[in-house]
Design a protein. Sequence first.
Length: 246
Amino acid sequence: MRILVVNPNTTASMTEKIGTAGKRVAAAGTEIIAVNPVDGPPSIEGYFDEVYAVPGLLAEMRKAPNMDAYVIACFDDTGLDAARCVTSAPVIGIGEAAFHMASLLAGRFSVVTTLARSVPAIEHNLVKYGLSSRCARVRASDIPVLELERPGSDACRTISAEIERAIIEDRAEAIVLGCAGMTDLADRLSAEHGLPVLDGVACAVKLAEGLVSLGLRTSKRGGYASPGHKSFGGIFAPASPGGSDD
């Protein structure tokens, strides 16, 4: 089984961290290939960055059309719906994966993300996925995404303090880490606080493996139908859809 894990931002160190997290939980025989585009924002923090990240994300998927599954490694699930249109293989967003797994482990969970500007997008996704009633609160730790990549950063301590507040104030029974750049912190924070702390990258890889093992593929009826033939203009001409599933 081959799973392409796409970090939609351009920060290679984060992609390496994400790939390591995916390989750590992957089953024997599953190959994890982690990539990022060269064009786009270095981090995705809210709606503006998201728009500029999607073309690069889709381009990386088109470079690897024969994967068994794809994982979108941005917690906002950047471009997830569009990605499901360009392949019939399963496509899993790390946000949606973590929300669903948290709902299987706890009655209520809180999300700890990076900046406040990311909170509305995450709250919107929770409503879209039908899981807003299970989420006690989406909390911002006020840590820029790229701070998670800085050696010697105090990010883990700050996130830990926010988790403690979520346990006390939200009565959270589980915590979802709201950024792919936090993927290496989950085990440490879970042990520290004595409750499940979920990393979306690991959740998404395991869900992708499960869907592939069951022989399930993305429906091509309705919204995830393959794009129709048309010619795009200007710089997007190379992305003109050909109407194929994979």
